[in-house]
Ligand binder design. Sequence first.
Ligand SMILES: NC(=O)c1ccc[n+]([C@@H]2O[C@H](COP(=O)([O-])OP(=O)(O)OC[C@H]3O[C@@H](n4cnc5c(N)ncnc54)[C@H](O)[C@@H]3O)[C@@H](O)[C@H]2O)c1
Length: 250
Amino acid sequence: MRFDQRVAMITGSGSGIGEGIAKTLSAAGVKVVINDLDDQKIERVVGEIKADGGTATGIRADVTKLDEVEAMYASIVREFGQIDILVNNAGIARDKSIRKMSEADWDAVIDVNLKGVFLNCKVASEYMRERNYGRIINISSRAWLGWPGQANYAASKGGVISLTRTLALELGKKGITVNCIAPGIIETALWHSLPEDAKARLLKAQPTGKIGSPKDIANAAAFFAADAAGYITGQTMFVCGGKSLFANLG
Ligand SMILES: NC(=O)c1ccc[n+]([C@@H]2O[C@H](COP(=O)([O-])OP(=O)(O)OC[C@H]3O[C@@H](n4cnc5c(N)ncnc54)[C@H](O)[C@@H]3O)[C@@H](O)[C@H]2O)c1
């Protein structure tokens, strides 16, 4: 699949899944914008994409701040003339039982994982409307089904699915599709930081016996981002090795 002439913004793409999505889209010919909070991460990913012959630019912005999000898209349109693909990937977790979860833990997770998606959709879709074309892909999580210790995270990711379905209805006639990916466990820095016994327990609960890689999520994102996926909107694709089939396995 080739996407020459398309321009994509991937939020939180300075590491992990977002980095994987940016590199996969770039390899397919997309001009990519790397957003993150961390300048060093942005520089590294932009440098690696350029070294591989891709076109990339970096923008530091906090997805929870409307003025920063507005400035980010204005800058993309100044540089590239358009925005075709938005991947809302930036996300955080502050896992705790509800007894220990503070108001600040709740607000921080809802702000980045849900409000950040809303703000990026709101601003980017205005530019997409002008050209009657857009592909919005929101990264939810298998955890939206519910998981102990993740009240804030699961609620934010469930909210992302409701937001996706609603925007698919609002934006469909403007040529803009809005879809969701719900990843299961993906091998990022977070996975490697887990104790060995926790990893073994999680692996045991995987129907496929293995965890996913950022590339697995990137392949699904590239599918939704393609011109050819224009009749698919408001959908959530689980990319979790079948774990969503057994929501109660530990
Ligand atoms: N890794 C997994 O197993 C997994 C599973 C399901 C869903 N997800 C989701 O996938 C997405 C990416 O996760 P990851 O594992 O790659 O995490 P990660 O921590 O490696 O990457 C997230 C990036 O987002 C950036 N970020 C955080 N807050 C931001 C903000 N306010 N503005 C801009 N950037 C910000 C971080 O600096 C970081 O580089 C998240 O939405 C996460 O919830 C991950």
